[in-house]
Design a protein around this ligand. Structure first.
Ligand SMILES: C[S@@+](CC[C@H](N)C(=O)[O-])C[C@H]1O[C@@H](n2cnc3c(N)ncnc32)[C@H](O)[C@@H]1O
Length: 433
């Protein structure tokens, strides 16, 4: 980040409330409906942006229980989105949908939007359609970036065309959680706006990899735009800020035999990595994951001191292990639910009464709070408040603290361009590019 530049930083709910109250004078907080709400991490992010969730829906009772331990559930509808009608949704300014990724992710069967799970996108679209004139000002879709390649790009085109038909211009962003937390988790966000935005032509932005402008070029019939946005600073916390300090006697550490099996599965390069961690003079942490190589399960230790993308832990192979090493010793264990919560930027998430499996499942499937918070404060909130549209008179409004989205000139934006973080994180947690 250059000297003198104002950077966006995650902020506390109270502070955000103070900023947005001034912008929104005369109006209450914007209201949102949260579809595919899961354990509520989209809600956690929206609340930090001063947006109130007035309707939520998810089908999983175990996730609703986690949601209930953290938020008011009087507006939560537990059930199938296929049973929700437009008239069930109260008046809102924003509708969010982090719909299932199973059929879109590279790890899945790639049935795409024809799949039973990811196809729930169409149900979200149907509910919006049924809302008629009450459709919200803004929408937010969230999914994996491989949505863009599903069925050769046809699924993404079809979804964008559907949002266009519902009256929304679309803007695409790929935001990686590692901008905010020590977790690699790139996610595609699609912001829908009922109005075209002013000067929204920033296709080379650091959160817009080249394929996004290629989608625009290939499909001139789609109504797409690209809002100039200030990038958050390239600093993340280190794993040290995430790791629970468990005493050596804690039963969650693997026994010597299991650690030995772990170590003996490592390739020679990996074994060298472990040896160097073991030899370090201070305690260091790294994450490790299992892979199958030539039909054999082997462990690999990440060399960038962040965690890989958390996943739903139903299978078990998707779980990541934590290696604690230094001063000649090595310990290994699975990561804990609290560590998962911290890696999702939800440090204070209440996990009381939640089983470990339930927590790992819910958190692995959830969103990274500060990443969504960034989208909400920098984009959704100014959009809902009418500060970005052609009619908005307050474009470029200044408000101390960066809760608003000040327009950047072209030179500033270009200088900030970083294409999807090709670098890594050093052991102190600083991200280099
Ligand atoms: C990617 S997760 C969303 C996670 C959520 N944003 C969070 O932070 O926890 C997708 C969610 O869709 C829900 N879901 C799947 N099929 C559904 C359906 N037919 N009706 C309603 N919700 C459904 C799942 O239970 C899951 O919680």
């Amino acid at each position: 980040m250059r000297r003198g530049e104002r950077a966006w930083r995650p902020r506390s709910t109270a502070r955000i409330g103070a900023v947005t109250a001034r912008i929104n004078t005369g109006r209450g907080a914007p209201r949102a409906a949260e579809f595919f709400a899961g354990i509520g991490l989209v809600r956690a992010a929206l609340e930090r942006a001063g947006i109130e969730v007035v309707f939520a829906n998810d089908i999983e009772a175990s996730k609703r229980d986690m949601y209930a331990a953290n938020f008011d559930t009087s507006d939560f509808v537990l059930g199938d989105v296929r049973d929700i009608r437009g008239e069930d949704v109260p008046d809102i300014e924003l509708a969010t949908a982090s719909f299932p990724c199973v059929d879109l992710s590279l790890a899945g069967r790639r049935r795409g939007l024809a799949g039973q799970q990811s196809g729930m996108f169409w149900e979200f679209a149907r509910v919006l359609h049924e809302m008629g004139d009450r459709r919200p000002t803004a929408t937010l879709l969230e999914n994996v970036p491989s949505f863009a390649t599903s069925h050769g790009g046809e699924d993404l085109r079809a979804a964008l065309a559907q949002m266009n038909d519902l009256g929304y211009y679309c803007d695409l962003l790929v935001v990686d959680a590692r901008r905010f937390v020590p977790q690699s988790r790139a996610r595609l966000f699609i912001v829908g706006s009922k109005e075209p935005l002013q000067a929204a032509d920033d296709w080379q932005h650091g959160f817009r990899p080249k394929w996004i402008s290629q989608v625009r070029d290939r499909h001139p019939e789609l109504r797409l735009h690209a809002l100039p946005l200030r990038l958050p600073p390239v600093e993340v916390g280190s794993l040290a800020a995430v790791v629970e300090r468990l005493p050596p006697s804690d039963g969650r550490w693997w026994d010597a035999e299991r650690v030995e099996r772990f170590a003996s599965s490592l390739s020679s390069l990996q074994a060298e990595r472990l040896a160097s961690l073991r030899a370090s003079t201070a305690t260091t942490w790294a994450t490790a994951y299992r892979r199958t190589r030539a039909g054999r399960a082997v462990w690999e230790i990440r060399d960038d001191f962040i965690s890989g993308c958390l996943r739903t832990a139903r299978g078990g192979s998707s779980k990541q292990a934590l290696v604690e090493a230094g001063r000649g010793r090595v310990r290994v264990r699975w990561m804990t639910p609290r560590e998962y919560a911290r890696l999702q930027g939800a440090h204070d998430y209440n996990l009381d009464g939640t089983t470990d499996n339930q927590a790992l499942f819910g958190l692995g499937d959830a969103v990274c709070v500060p990443a969504v918070e960034w989208v909400a404060t920098q984009y959704l909130r100014p959009l809902i408040d009418g500060r970005l549209t052609a009619q908005g008179e307050e474009l470029g409004v200044e408000c101390d603290g960066g809760g608003c989205a000040p327009q950047m000139n072209e030179a500033e934006t270009r200088a900030d361009h970083i294409d999807l973080l090709p670098g890594g994180v050093d052991s102190s947690g600083r991200l280099f590019v």
